[in-house]
Write a new protein. Structure first.
Lengths: 288, 254, 316
């Protein structure tokens, strides 16, 4: 292939990756922003979404049913984890990190026990090819990007137009103030954790027909979500989406033209340096 | 007097937080050996000014000189090293460490000169210094308790013991009597007078009785500026001071 | 300090016990304990940062693996001897620690953790990327390592040599950490952990202290990595991966962060737990997850930390 078409393919791959990444990272951003905690199990939720999708679509033969089941199941698991563990340790930052690392291993290993060490595909619910002059491209991938984009718009509408969104934003901005205005902060936390898990599970579900489901697929999702959330600024939906587009596209381009490993090295080093320069940055404690 | 270098001097020092100017071009001088009170309404910029002097905050503009030397670029740790010692307004002791270890951390700092000192120090001498500091504030009996279990007044005294162990040339006390009972305030005043024999003292204080008892001179701040300075009697009758205090009060009473 | 003698005696006693154990243990456990002692040295290095400085890293595998690759690659590709490889490994770990320390100097809390995680991931990916020399996940074995001093020759493949070399490294790290935490420097690090701003205003340059802590921690972890490579003759990407950053965290928390003996106890318990679990199921890492969650919920002080609060306040 000539360079031009090659680059076009790279950009296309990057664009699809970017939308999925934005959806994956959105939940982490929400949890970061609202609860001020680092959820290391975020990638495991992504993986669980993919695995549940395989299970349900294999059992029922309906990908749509799987797409609905994945966020519900994962959201429930997340809420359970919040109630049983995180709430009990008072969301103390370091304990929460340790607990979510533990949760990550528990989820991964339970999946390994039940689902096994295989990478299993799910047939795409819609199959068509788009024929460019130089190569054919999977239509499903473009549908994935479109659906992910649609879900992002939906999430934005929920956050900006509903009471739930108002509660989330209020808690994010000032927890104590929110409490004074009768926002049920504890319930908002649980909900944020559940919704965060559910959103990333959706991303995991959408990607199964392209990537296959495997119990170790969560780590990459986690790291790339960290990259995007940090580059985009914590808790900022718009920042997360913009960063996902930039990172997704550059990741796609470097992956196709050079190597996927190199793309990940660049991304992780970049975010390490950004954080290091911003110093206290994470939760913006610098004020006052 | 004019020929003597002041121990501390700020030149046109400014600190801005975002759009708010907390300290606006303050020229402040402190003579060696004096006890100076810094007073003013809440939000006048007192704590910010001493923050700039101790190095907790870095200035937006202006300079800080200590014993004739420009220390504007020095970190707070280096300023402690040359004798500028600050005690926190909100007690900030190591709550999980024993009272003795709190003071030990202060006492050992002065002896850490060479690399080898970080590995080993003369324990006996250190213990002696720690005991002396605890003795002078009357906390010797509580030395082995964790700092967290001390009563509030005792925690304030521990703060001062830590400051003493650093052997300050200039001791900055940020509202030391806040939250203390009457008897404790008297003891604290005696302690400060004792310290003043060895060090220059800069005292932020709201309790006017304490200020009048301890301070040789008083500096008054309002809205980030020094509005008056002088002997206690001059300050009491100073029109600007009365306006700042009385004006505030009349605004807040309905 | 009357307590000082007892504490030293306790630590020497533990090391003596480990020394005596080699004559009693059957071969399998003999090898197991040798491995545990090296890994415990790694945990001791981790604990210097988490327990005594209050910084939680998720990237310590970088230091362990820097030591490992520093020694392994030079021995494998350039024909270095054991001593030269050892030196390169230690210097490599120190260099990695310096980079991490400088980059993370001004980060606090979760930001520190994420930066260390990201840097470690970059390092791990680099070991995969340059797989022509590292052989990536598969790694490579070093065979026939031995140390010669004049006519005296030590074959590192012999179990007794492995065991005692591991014990020696553990002894250096354990006693070194004990000396550190009781030194003026150790006290200053604890102060930094407890209250950073207060510590600055007691005259300590907290940034320099942090850098020193990261260097000491990285050096110790790297020393363990080098030892692991030389004694067990293997180098591979697995040891740079995220699991090997989580392990020392787990060992330290389980044994008791901020206690000198905790990392050893935690490594001992956890390595055996993982070994037993791996005999039962392929998903043996579930014990890692379960213990992490359980520790956070019910035993935040860890085993030795719990003993200290309840019975022995004098434990360092």
């Amino acid at each position: 292939m000539d360079f031009g078409p090659h680059l076009f393919l790279a950009l296309l791959e990057g664009l699809v990756g970017a939308f999925v990444l934005a959806l994956t990272a959105l939940g982490l951003s929400l949890v970061f922003g609202v609860m001020r905690i680092v959820n290391v199990a975020h990638g495991a939720f992504f993986m669980l979404g993919a695995v549940v999708t395989w299970w349900v679509s294999t059992a029922t033969g309906s990908f749509l049913a799987a797409l609905l089941a994945a966020p519900v199941v994962v959201g429930a698991v997340a809420i359970l984890a919040d109630r049983l563990v995180l709430r009990r340790i008072g969301y103390e930052p370091e304990s929460t990190i340790v607990a979510t690392i533990g949760l990550l291993y528990i989820l991964e290993q339970v999946v390994l026990m039940t689902y096994g060490p295989y990478a299993r595909p799910v047939a795409a619910p819609i199959y068509f090819r788009i024929d460019f002059p130089w190569f054919g491209y999977s239509g499903y991938k473009l549908v994935v990007a479109a659906v992910a984009g649609l879900l992002l718009v939906l999430a934005w509408l929920v956050l900006s137009r509903t009471t739930l969104g108002l509660y989330l934003r209020a808690t994010q901005q000032d927890r104590e103030m929110a409490q004074t205005f009768a926002v049920p902060v504890e319930r908002v936390y649980t909900l944020a954790f559940g919704v965060g898990g559910g959103l990333t599970a959706l991303a995991g579900a959408l990607i199964v027909p392209v990537q296959q489901a495997h119990y170790l697929m969560g780590l990459d999702a986690l790291l790339m979500s960290f990259v995007v959330v940090i580059l985009g600024g914590l808790g900022s939906l718009r920042g997360t989406v913009v960063a996902a587009l930039v990172v997704g596209l550059s990741d796609g381009v470097i992956s196709v033209l050079f190597s996927p490993t190199l793309a990940k090295i660049v991304a992780t080093l970049l975010v390490a340096l950004v954080l290091a320069v911003r110093g206290r940055g994470l939760f913006g404690e610098e004020a006052a | 007097m004019a020929a003597v270098t002041p121990i501390l001097e700020t030149r046109a020092i400014v600190k801005r937080f975002g759009g708010l100017e907390a300290v606006s071009g303050v020229d402040f001088r402190l003579a060696r050996g004096e006890v100076r009170a810094l007073i003013g309404p809440n939000g006048a910029g007192k704590t910010t000014l001493v923050g700039l002097i101790s190095g907790r905050l870095s200035p937006t503009a202006g300079r800080v000189l200590f014993a004739g030397r420009d220390v504007t670029g020095l970190g707070p740790w280096d300023r402690v090293g040359i004798g500028i010692v600050y005690t926190f307004q909100i007690t900030s002791v190591y709550r999980r460490l024993s009272v003795r270890d709190n003071v030990l951390l202060a006492a050992q700092r002065r002896h850490l000169r060479r690399l080898a000192d970080w590995v080993m120090l003369d324990r006996q001498r250190l213990t002696h210094e720690v005991d002396a500091a605890l003795e002078s504030v009357g906390l010797a009996d509580l030395a082995d308790r964790p700092a967290a279990v001390l009563a509030y007044g005792h925690q304030r005294l521990l703060e001062i013991a830590m400051a003493l162990a650093l052997e300050p040339a200039l001791l900055i006390l940020d509202e030391p009597t806040q939250g203390l009972a009457m008897g404790e305030i008297d003891a604290l005043c005696r302690l400060v007078r004792n310290i003043a024999e060895r060090a220059t003292v800069l005292l932020i204080e709201h309790n006017i009785a304490v200020v009048l008892e301890l301070a040789g001179r008083i500096t008054v701040m309002d809205h980030g500026r020094v509005i008056a300075e002088g002997a206690p009697r001059e300050i009491e009758t100073h029109p600007e001071v009365q306006r700042a205090y009385l004006g505030r009060r009349s605004r807040s009473t309905p | 300090m009357e307590g000082g003698r007892a504490v030293l005696a306790l630590h020497l006693g533990v090391l003596g016990l480990l020394g005596a154990l080699q004559f009693l243990l059957p071969p399998f456990h003999h090898g197991m304990v040798a491995r545990i002692m090296v890994l415990a040295a790694y945990a001791i290095g981790y604990n210097l940062l988490l327990g005594y400085t209050g910084l939680m890293s998720l990237g310590h595998a970088t230091f362990f693996a820097a030591g490992m690759y520093g020694a392994g690659l030079t021995i494998q590709h350039w024909g270095f001897g054991v001593a030269a490889g050892f030196l390169v490994g230690v210097v490599g770990a120190l260099a990695a620690a310096f980079v991490v320390g400088v980059v993370t100097l001004r980060t606090v809390g979760p930001a520190f953790l994420i930066v260390t995680l990201m840097l470690a991931q970059a390092f791990y990916l680099a070991t995969l990327y340059f797989n022509e020399i590292t052989l990536g996940e598969q790694g490579f074995a070093l065979a026939g390592l031995n140390v010669t001093l004049g006519d005296w020759r030590l074959d590192l493949a012999r179990p007794a040599v492995k065991y005692n070399a591991a014990l020696a490294v553990l002894a250096v790290c354990l006693l070194g950490s004990l000396a550190l935490v009781r030194s003026p420097l150790g006290r200053a690090l604890v102060a930094l952990r407890e209250n950073e701003e207060r510590t600055q205003l007691l005259g300590y340059n907290t940034y320099r202290l942090r850098l020193v802590a990261v260097l000491a921690s990285g050096l110790t972890s790297g020393l363990a990595g080098v030892t692991y490579t030389l004694l067990f003759g293997y180098v591979g990407s697995t040891f740079a991966g995220v699991l090997y950053s989580i392990y020392p965290l787990l060992w330290t928390l389980l044994g008791g962060a901020g206690t000198t003996l905790g990392p050893l106890i935690g490594t001992l318990l956890m390595t055996y737990a993982v070994d037993v679990a791996s005999g039962i199921t392929d998903a043996y890492l579930i014990v890692v997850g379960a213990v992490l969650v359980a520790a956070v919920l019910w035993a935040p002080a860890g085993v030795v930390g719990g003993i200290r609060t309840r019975w022995a306040r004098w434990l360092p």
